[in-house]
Design a protein around this ligand. Structure first.
Ligand SMILES: Cc1ncc(COP(=O)(O)O)c(C=O)c1O
Length: 342
């Protein structure tokens, strides 16, 4: 189309997991099967609807304060996004000019590359080792921004903190550690922000707080990076209702701890059950597992499960085409899945 920028004409857009309603079990988008904090849900019935005439707080003062307390940083070290995807967009806008480059691993979350492409930036891809650990070359990368999820998206692999430190200390790049799944691992790079002034850590309420639908994410870094990112964000990027719900949800440590404990417990027995069947299971520190079926092809397994009303994810890319990614649901959902495949 002649009116559209060439970058957009040629863009490979990010493809999210299929969203369907009705009687299906969704284990295809790493959503959480359990309800969010009751306090967070109660916010909905207590909202003064007259206030919805007004714009939301553009810089989410209260939510930042609450989040700063949880993440043990200062308020001005946090920016709130419309999901952590929105914080990724802020990072791209803040740090990348046309022609600059980002570095990512493969496999990983593909939105980094898509956003860079929209900005006219290049992506250097570093294939992970066969066991999905980081290749040595990744530590020598020269680029403007490094994007690395920890645990990694699609594989669930947790990279050791020493390696994150090596990435931050080794080069002149901005290092973005995307911790969308880290609550299921118990490890975080947030404490490293004091030590490295090129580090940004991302968090979200989408996974461990069961609130993917409200779209709230956090960018955590040094004050200078955060104030630069605040300049480029959309003016009222997080709606008023989501700000209120997210603040209540992250305060509720009891529900959070229960949720995390339960998902980890289910992940561990479910991984073992699949290993016992002979499937190859990549050790996961997230709320999903990456597996290789033993007899049937991944496509056949996916179709069989779909026919039984269970959705899982298959990525048709060279490194992942033999694999399936299964989000961790309730014990009952995982038991039903096992029944279908055995
Ligand atoms: C690694 C990673 N980062 C970010 C996101 C998006 O998170 P949010 O819902 O906060 O935009 C996802 C979603 O699946 C993800 O896998």
């Amino acid at each position: 189309m002649k009116w559209v920028r060439p970058q957009i004409n040629n863009l490979h857009p990010y493809i999210p997991g299929k969203q369907v309603t009705g009687k299906v079990v969704k284990l295809n988008a790493n959503e959480n099967p359990y309800p969010p904090s009751l306090g967070a849900i109660a916010v909905l019935s207590e909202i003064n609807t007259d206030n919805l005439r007004l714009y939301p707080d553009a810089i989410a003062v209260n939510l930042r304060k609450v989040a700063a307390n949880i993440f043990d940083v200062d308020d001005d070290q946090i920016v709130i996004g419309n999901g952590s995807d929105d914080v990724l967009t802020m990072i791209i806008r803040t740090f990348l000019d046309v022609g600059d480059s980002i570095s990512v691993v493969d496999p990983t979350y593909t939105l980094y590359e898509t956003l860079a492409e929209i900005q006219g930036a290049r992506t250097e891809i570093y294939p992970l080792n066969n066991d999905y650990s980081l290749p040595d070359s990744f530590f020598q990368t020269e680029c403007k921004v490094i994007f690395l999820p920890n645990p990694n998206a699609q594989t669930g692999t947790l990279f050791p903190t020493e390696q994150i430190e090596r990435l931050c200390g080794n080069n002149n790049s901005v290092v973005v550690i995307d911790e969308a799944y880290t609550d299921f691992s118990g490890v975080s790079s947030i404490p490293l922000i004091k030590k490295y002034d090129n580090l940004i850590v991302l968090r979200t309420v989408s996974k461990s707080y069961s609130l993917a639908g409200i779209r709230v994410g956090f960018g955590i870094s040094n004050k200078n990076f955060i104030s630069a990112m605040m300049k480029v964000k959309d003016s009222y990027n997080v709606n008023a209702v989501s700000q209120l719900i997210a603040a209540e949800a992250i305060i509720d440590r009891k529900q959070f701890n229960w949720n995390i404990g339960k998902i980890i417990e289910t992940r561990e027995w479910f991984s073992k059950s699949l290993s016992d069947l002979g499937w190859k299971v990549t050790p996961s520190a997230a709320n999903f597992i990456l597996v290789e079926p033993v007899k049937d092809s991944p496509e056949a397994v996916k179709e069989k499960l779909e026919a039984a009303g269970i959705l899982i994810r298959h990525f048709n890319t060279p490194r992942l085409k033999n694999k399936l990614r299964i989000s961790i649901g309730t014990d009952e959902q995982m038991k039903n899945l096992l029944k279908v495949i055995t």
